[in-house]
Design a protein around this ligand. Structure first.
Ligand code: GLC
Length: 464
């Protein structure tokens, strides 16, 4: 009898546990449904269509950012106008002196291509408001300087000729336009934030007019230069004295962008995160490789400078080393993201020698190792990452790449738990065999004592 009662007791327990589980599953299913539903969509694109639209960009993994504008003349940060609270009148000298006599975007495009960069994004207008393109809505443009021509057009032609996809950066912020209201990052911001201070400063400024200007310029950019692959809009900073989606009219803007260029890929700085399709990719800026690991599984591109600033900065000396740049590229790929690396050309229109050196080193590495980057992403969880190394993975090619951030000293590379998973092993840069032997569940690769001549050599494993 006691046994029987115990049985009933357990049965009851189990059935209440099952109800509990069922309830939990149902409710989590419902919350997923609800959260998915609560975000409205701006377009009718299906997830499948989106995947297809984004595919080339994910496969590419590596792009070139180019920050170029009048700020190349002061050569002390592209935010110089803000940092030194410079007025339009004082800043005018940079417009008057702008004369990029060495501007040859074909050279830029060749450098980008050699470094293995598959797309480029140029600042058509940065926060200072100066337009590199021939806009009919402003006189503050390259055609009215000694350059006398549409520099965006030349960039587009040169990069397209090299088979590099074309991106436009366009600053939502504008520190030159008379209707752009003064906010907390404007060069003419008040010394002490207060409603009255802003009201006084913004008398006569009309954001409605600026919004139209912004809309018209984006329309020009996406109508006059053929197929544009990427739109990089920068940036929103919602808050009391900031700006966000209502200031830009982001909803209408992104609709117009997608209408003019249906296949375009748009970044996430329009402040449209409340929409299911308000952004195509995340943009972690200047973060460490460690930080990038948090983005695994998302769609993202990390933007990084060679040194501390985006625009040409003559006296900035904190240039990243070749190893740091490679680490960023490998870490991005091994976490399913892209890297866009920035060059800030000089006021004469050239890449600085430090940028050229960095690009040349990258081109050597990419020449030998790009198979471990293009079409690659993070490895399946079943592969343990060998200590201190990083893995990238090409599913279609059934290849796993081990990036040797630290070259094995003992003459063996241990692949933990890889027994039965590997068909063949070689160095990627020269297809030279690396002999395999089994030890328990591990595979040991016999490595040459001398490290090959690449900062981070790559082992290519053909999978079973
Ligand atoms: C920033 C900066 C800027 C740079 C950009 C690149 O938000 O304002 O100068 O253009 O990010 O990511």
């Amino acid at each position: 009898n006691i046994l029987h009662q115990n049985k009933i007791h357990y049965m009851k327990k189990i059935s209440s546990l099952a109800t509990c589980l069922l309830f939990l599953t149902l409710s989590s299913f419902l919350t997923i449904q609800v959260t998915a539903q609560t975000k409205p969509s701006l377009s009718k694109e299906t997830p499948d269509q989106k995947l297809k639209r984004m595919q080339w960009w994910k496969d590419a993994r590596f792009g070139m950012f180019i920050h170029w504008g009048l700020y190349a003349l002061p050569a002390r940060h592209e935010w110089v106008k803000n940092q030194e609270r410079i007025t339009n009148e004082t800043y005018q000298k940079y417009f008057d002196e702008f004369n990029p006599d060495l501007f040859e975007p074909k050279k830029w495009a060749k450098e980008a291509k050699a470094a293995g960069m598959k797309y480029a994004v140029l600042t058509t207008k940065h926060h200072e408001g100066f337009c590199l393109f021939d806009s009919k809505y402003t006189n503050y443009k390259a055609t009215n300087t000694a350059a006398k021509r549409d520099l965006v057009k030349e960039y587009v032609d040169a990069f397209r000729a090299e088979g590099i996809k074309i991106g436009f950066y366009y600053s939502l912020i504008d520190w030159h336009h008379p209707d752009f209201t003064i906010d907390e990052v404007h060069p003419q911001r008040p010394l002490i934030n207060s409603d009255t201070a802003y009201a006084r400063l913004n008398k006569g400024r009309d954001m409605t007019k600026y919004r139209t200007y912004l809309y018209n310029q984006v329309t020009e950019l996406l109508s006059n230069y053929g197929k544009i692959d990427i739109m990089w809009l920068d940036f929103s900073f919602p808050g009391k004295y900031g700006k966000g989606k209502d200031d830009w009219n982001s909803v209408e803007l992104i609709k117009q962008v997608r209408k003019l260029q249906p296949a375009i890929i748009v970044n996430n700085r329009l402040d449209l995160a409340s929409y299911a399709d308000g952004e195509d990719f995340d943009t972690p800026e200047q973060v460490s490789p460690k930080e990038l690991e948090k983005y695994k599984g998302k769609t993202w591109e990390t933007c990084q400078t060679f040194s501390g600033s985006w625009g040409y900065y003559r006296d900035e000396n904190s240039w990243k080393t070749h190893r740091q740049l490679l680490d960023l590229l490998i870490t991005a790929t091994s976490n399913g993201g892209n890297l866009i690396l920035n060059v800030g050309p000089t006021a004469r229109g050239e890449f600085d020698y430090r940028a050229i050196n960095a690009l040349d080193s990258l081109s050597q590495w990419m020449h030998a190792n790009s198979k471990a980057i293009y079409y690659c992403t993070f490895a399946p969880d079943t592969f343990q990452v060998p200590e201190k190394d990083k893995l990238t993975y090409n599913a279609a090619a059934k290849r796993l790449y081990v990036h040797l951030l630290e070259y094995p000293a003992a003459g063996n590379l241990v692949l933990p738990g890889y027994k039965g998973k590997i068909k063949y092993a070689q160095f990627l840069h020269d297809n030279s065999e690396l002999k395999m032997k089994e030890e328990g569940n591990d595979i040991l690769l016999t490595m040459p004592v001398k490290k090959p001549g690449y900062e981070i050599p790559v082992v290519e494993l053909t999978l079973n």
